[in-house]
Design a protein around this ligand. Structure first.
Ligand code: 7TS
Length: 414
């Protein structure tokens, strides 16, 4: 990593940007403004180099070979588990199941924790602002069990109505699943408060941490939840990496989800016995190089320091929100009191996709669409929004360029 922290300990975005080679790219002859980090983040050189080094120097499969490369590779893969456990303050490395991302983590809990326990008439509680990865797996298992989804509502400002969430925690609810941060609205949900309510009633709480991890320090013990799902590629690590953190007492009782190599103790045609968690849930060859990269990403974030970049991100959010509010006919979706730098909006008389396409010609990458949150779009009565999602490597100048370009391309559509 270049010295991204100035000599005075201040966050220095110019130096940080030097760590992200892709940010120097030109798109359509213009320097890139990458405002799509909620979709996937860019990767620092430390991550790219770690993956490259892995394939050049110690590529081998994990947990099988006794040769040197196999041992080194296993140590690197298992090292990622140690780092993640420390990063989110898990009680033990055995509480970390390495997955391909949040989607695999929520599906694991759906099929291995929820399905065996669900009965007809039971309910799973979610909120209006969930990503499909925290809706569809629950729907699938509810359908099989004759259970159903229950939805805790949000306000027009895009905040969860906490009292309604707590009211909804009736005895028929067997699991609650809530996003820590909304990928569309940027809203930060009061997870610790929700966890206190679920624990009091003996209902496990799963938190989808996909969008929180890139912005907030996460301490699963302090949050008090039961499951925490995360994805590595939004966290400056490689695609195809992620994890499920779960309390040991839940993991211990969960049956395997996928069967295959690596997850067994003994196999015969008369029957199979399974490995202890977390390996019980890691069938087949994992994304070893990806987890080597994710380890490097965690080191990178640790070195930058959440406190330092958090304050900088707050200044970006304030600037972006004010600049967008000044654009006539622009409607922002999500004005929660606590947010990360993610802003969804629409402009009167212009389709989201048309604007995103024209912005791309200005070198500006934003996402348009439903953001895998159909029910949230239905709540707001719109088919799609534009979304600018920023990270600590973005700048105030980029915000000015983005808003000026938005005003310009909107005129083209008028
Ligand atoms: N949960 C949330 C809150 C998300 O934002 C996403 C991806 C997922 C789960 C799924 O993560 P995966 O890595 O398993 O695919 N969100 C987005 C997005 O906002 N734009 O593109 C993907």
């Amino acid at each position: 990593m270049s010295d991204a922290i100035g000599s005075d300990g201040e966050f220095d975005v110019t130096r940080v940007r030097e760590d992200f080679p892709l940010l120097a790219r030109q798109v359509h002859g213009k320097s890139l403004v990458y405002f799509d980090s909620a979709n996937t983040s860019q990767k620092p050189r430390a991550v790219i180099d770690a993956v490259d080094r892995y394939y050049r120097h110690f590529n081998a499969n994990v947990s099988r070979a006794v040769h040197t490369l196999g041992e080194e590779s296993t140590a690197a893969y298992e090292g990622a588990r140690d780092k993640l456990a420390k990063f989110i303050n898990a009680s033990s490395r055995d509480e970390i199941v390495l997955t391909s991302g949040t989607t695999q983590a929520t599906n694991l809990v759906a099929y291995s924790y929820a399905l065996p326990r669900l009965k007809a008439g039971d309910e799973i509680l979610v909120t209006t602002m969930e990503h499909h990865a925290n809706i569809v797996p629950w729907q699938l298992v509810c359908e099989r069990a004759g259970a159903k989804l229950k939805v805790a509502p949000i306000t027009e400002r895009g905040e969860l109505i906490v009292e309604k969430f707590i009211e909804a925690l009736t005895p028929s609810v067997k699991l609650a699943a809530v996003t820590h941060v909304s990928n569309v609205l940027g809203t930060i949900n009061p997870v610790a408060e929700l966890a206190r309510a679920t624990r009091k009633r003996g209902i496990p709480l799963l938190v989808d941490g996909s969008q929180a991890m890139p912005h907030l320090p996460v301490d699963v013990k302090a949050l008090g939840c039961d499951f925490y799902a995360l994805t590595g590629h939004k966290l400056f690590g490689p695609t195809g990496t992620g994890a499920l953190w779960a309390r040991k007492e839940w993991l211990r009782d969960m049956p395997p989800f996928l069967g295959g190599g690596e997850m067994i103790r003994t196999v015969s045609f008369d029957g199979t016995t399974f490995a202890e968690p977390p390996h019980r849930f890691e069938a087949g060859t994992p994304n070893i190089a990806g987890f080597v990269g994710l380890s490097a990403a965690l080191d990178y974030i640790d070195a930058l320091g959440h406190a330092r970049f958090g304050a900088y991100e707050a200044s970006l959010l304030e600037h972006l929100t004010e600049a967008l509010r000044a654009v006539p006919g622009l409607r922002i979706f999500g004005e929660a009191a606590h947010k990360v730098p993610v802003v969804s909006f629409l402009v009167d008389g212009a389709h989201a996709h048309d604007l995103a396409t024209l912005l791309d010609h200005e070198g500006i990458a934003v996402r348009s669409g439903h953001h895998c949150a159909h029910p949230l779009m239905q709540f707001f009565g719109v088919p799609a929004t534009l979304r600018a999602s920023l990270a600590f490597y973005n700048t105030h100048e980029e915000i000015d360029r983005f808003v000026a370009a938005l005003v310009k391309v909107r005129r083209l559509l008028a």
